[in-house]
Design a protein around this ligand. Structure first.
Ligand SMILES: NC(=O)C1=CN([C@@H]2O[C@H](COP(=O)(O)OP(=O)(O)OC[C@H]3O[C@@H](n4cnc5c(N)ncnc54)[C@H](O)[C@@H]3O)[C@@H](O)[C@H]2O)[C@@H](O)CC1
Ligand SMILES: [K+]
Length: 498
C-alpha cells in the first residue's frame, strides 16, 4: 500500500524529528538522496555524471536549498552545473556549497529586464537534467513571477530529464491542485513520505515517476491522508470461494439497470457482477433490457418489472446495484425508492445518481451505500461546476461523502474513494482508454458483487476500482477498448491477483 500525507502532517512530523537532530541534518539527508537519484538519471541520459550538464532552479525557500546542495554534490562529481536564482534570498549555505564545488550562477532573472531569457533558455535546452527547486511544500496559490516564467520555459524548452524536488513547482502538495502553470517533471524525488498531491490528478500527471528518499520521518507520521492499494492489499480482501461455498454464501446481487433506450447498460452491469464472482445475479428491469440480458447472460435470474410485478418480487438479495441506463423519469424514481428502501448494501450509479440529485432522500439509508459518480454526476449532486470538481477531486469526493453519509467512488483520470473516517483512496491502475461508454456499468456490477460478498463499502469500492483499472489495462494493451472487453479480461485479472 502506498501512503501519502498532507503538508500539515509532514510539517508536524518534520518538526518532531528536527527537534532531536542537529540543525541541517534533514536537508543533508534530503540533498544526499536527491543527488544520488539525479546521478542515476544523468548516468542513464548522458552515460556518466562527469561532464554532464545540469541546471538548478532555486527558489527562496528550503526547496531551493535542497536543489543547491544536490547540485553541489553533482558538481563535485564533475557535472557542469549552472544555477538560476529565482529569489533574492536563496539558501545561502546551499549557494556557497554550489559555488565552492565549481557551479556557476546564470544572469540575474530578477533584474527586471528580459536579458536573462536567452541564456536560461539555452542552458535549459542543452541540459541533460533540470532540477526544479523553485517551490516545495511551502508553495501557496498560483506561481508568481519569475517562477511561473521559468516553469513555462522549462516545460517548453527542456531537452533532457526534468526532476522536481519534493513536489513539482505549482502543484499543491496536499491536494494535487494546479492554479496557473506547474512544472512537468519526468521524475519527482520526494522526501520523508509521499505527499497526497503527488497521487491525485492533475498533480500526479505533473509529477511523473515518484521516488521517495527516506529522511527518518516515518515514525513521526500519523495516519495517512491518502492511500493507494497494491496487488497484495486487494488479494487480502478478495473473497475466494472455498469447499464450503455455495451460490448463496458467495452472495446474491440484485441489478436494476437498463431501459428501453439503454439496454446495453443492463447487459454490462450484469456481466460485471457475474464476472466478479457473484453466487447469483438477479436482474430486474423493463422488457427490452430483460430480453437482452436473457440472451447474453442465461446465468442471471430475471424479473421483468411492470404489469403488477415489482422490485419486491425479486426476493432476497445481499446487495443491490441500481442506476446504469435505468432512466430518470417518474417511474424510475419510484423503482429507485423501492430498491433503496431494502435493508442491504447498495451501489448507486449513473441515472440512479441523477435521480438522487433530484431527490437526495434516496441516499438517506440505514444500510451501507456506495455512490459511483463521474464528474458530471458529481457536479449535479453537489451543485457545483464540473471544472471545480476536476480541479479538486479529493476535496469534492470528501465533501460528498460527508454530505450524503455514503462511500463515494469518484470516477475519472484519478479515481478516488472517499469515506468519512478513512484515508481517501486513490486508484492507480486505470488507463485513459477506460474513458468510453459502458465501462462504468461494468464497474457498478463489479462493486455490487464485492458488496454482496460481504466487503465493506470502502473495501468493495477500492477493490472494484483496482480490478476495473487493471482489466482496462489488460483489455487495451495501449489500444482503444470497448466496455465488453473488460468482461473478457476480468478472469485474467482475478487470476493474477489470487
Ligand atoms: N522542513 C524540513 O524539515 C525539510 C524540508 N525540506 C525541503 O524544504 C521544502 C520546504 O521548504 P520551505 O518551507 O522553505 O518552503 P518552499 O521552499 O517549498 O517554498 C517557500 C518559498 O517559495 C515561495 N513561494 C511560495 N508560494 C509561491 C508561489 N505561489 N509563487 C512563487 N513563490 C512562492 C516563498 O516565498 C518562499 O520563498 C520542502 O519541500 C523540501 O524540499 C527538505 O530539506 C527536508 C527537510
Ligand atoms: K519543486
Amino acid at each position: 500500500m502506498r501512503t501519502a500525507f498532507a503538508v500539515d502532517q509532514i510539517r508536524a512530523a518534520e518538526h518532531a524529528l528536527m527537534s532531536r537532530l542537529p540543525e541541517g541534518t534533514l536537508m543533508t539527508r534530503a540533498a544526499t538522496g536527491l543527488a544520488v537519484l539525479c546521478g542515476h538519471e544523468l548516468a542513464r541520459a548522458a552515460g556518466r555524471v562527469y561532464g554532464s550538464r545540469l541546471v538548478v532552479l532555486a527558489g527562496g525557500g528550503d526547496n531551493g536549498g535542497d536543489a543547491l546542495f544536490a547540485g553541489a554534490r553533482l558538481a563535485a562529481r564533475g557535472a557542469r552545473v549552472v544555477a538560476v536564482l529565482a529569489s533574492a534570498r536563496v539558501h545561502a549555505a546551499g549557494l556557497a556549497a554550489l559555488k565552492a564545488a565549481g557551479g556557476r550562477v546564470l544572469p540575474d532573472v530578477l533584474a527586471g529586464d528580459e536579458t536573462w531569457i536567452a541564456p536560461v533558455r539555452d542552458a535549459v535546452a542543452a541540459a541533460d537534467l533540470v532540477l526544479d527547486g523553485l517551490v516545495g511544500i511551502g508553495g501557496t496559490g498560483a506561481l508568481r513571477e519569475p517562477y511561473s516564467a521559468l516553469v513555462s520555459l522549462v516545460n517548453t524548452e527542456a531537452g533532457g530529464q526534468v526532476v522536481a524536488v519534493d513536489v513539482p513547482s505549482g502543484v499543491d502538495a496536499s491536494t494535487g491542485q494546479v492554479e496557473g502553470v506547474a512544472l512537468r517533471a519526468g521524475l519527482t524525488v520526494t522526501f520523508g513520505a509521499e505527499k497526497s498531491g503527488l497521487l491525485v490528478d492533475p498533480g500526479a500527471e505533473y509529477a511523473g515517476r515518484v521516488e521517495l528518499v527516506d529522511i527518518g520521518l516515518v515514525p513521526y507520521l500519523d495516519d495517512p491522508d491518502v492511500v493507494a492499494f497494491g496487488r497484495a492489499d486487494v488479494a487480502a480482501l478478495l473473497p475466494l470461494p472455498d469447499r464450503e461455498s455455495d451460490k448463496y454464501r458467495r452472495g446474491v446481487v440484485g441489478v436494476m439497470a437498463g431501459s428501453h433506450r439503454y439496454t446495453g447498460a443492463a447487459v454490462l452491469a450484469v456481466g460485471g457482477a457475474l464476472r466478479a464472482g457473484a453466487g447469483l445475479v438477479k436482474f430486474a428491469g423493463q422488457r427490452e433490457p430483460v430480453d437482452q440480458v436473457r440472451v447474453h447472460w442465461p446465468e442471471a435470474l430475471i424479473t421483468e418489472l411492470g404489469g403488477g410485478v415489482s422490485v419486491h418480487d425479486v426476493g432476497r438479495v445481499n446487495s443491490w446495484v441500481i442506476g446504469p441506463g435505468m432512466g430518470v423519469g417518474d417511474d424510475s424514481l419510484e423503482i429507485a425508492r423501492e430498491v433503496l428502501a431494502a435493508d442491504v448494501p447498495a451501489l448507486v450509479d449513473a441515472d440512479g445518481l441523477t435521480l438522487a440529485a433530484r431527490e437526495p432522500s434516496l441516499l438517506r439509508r440505514e444500510a451501507p451505500t456506495v455512490i459511483t459518480p463521474h464528474v458530471g454526476e458529481m457536479a449535479r449532486l453537489l451543485g457545483v461546476p464540473r471544472e471545480h470538481i476536476e480541479a479538486a477531486r479529493l476535496e469534492h469526493a470528501r465533501l460528498a461523502a460527508e454530505r450524503f453519509g455514503v462511500t463515494v467512488l469518484l470516477k475519472g483520470s484519478t479515481t478516488v474513494v472517499a469515506e468519512e473516517g478513512r484515508p481517501t483512496l486513490v486508484n492507480t491502475t486505470g488507463t485513459p482508454f477506460l474513458a468510453t461508454g459502458g465501462t462504468g456499468d461494468v464497474l457498478a456490477g463489479l462493486g455490487g458483487t464485492l458488496l454482496a460478498a460481504g466487503l465493506s463499502c470502502y473495501d468493495a469500492a477500492s477493490c472494484a476500482a483496482y480490478l476495473h483499472g487493471l482489466a482496462g489495462r489488460v483489455a487495451s494493451a495501449g489500444a482503444p477498448l470497448v466496455a465488453g472487453d473488460l468482461l473478457t479480461s476480468l478472469p485474467e485479472v482475478f487470476a493474477s491477483i489470487g
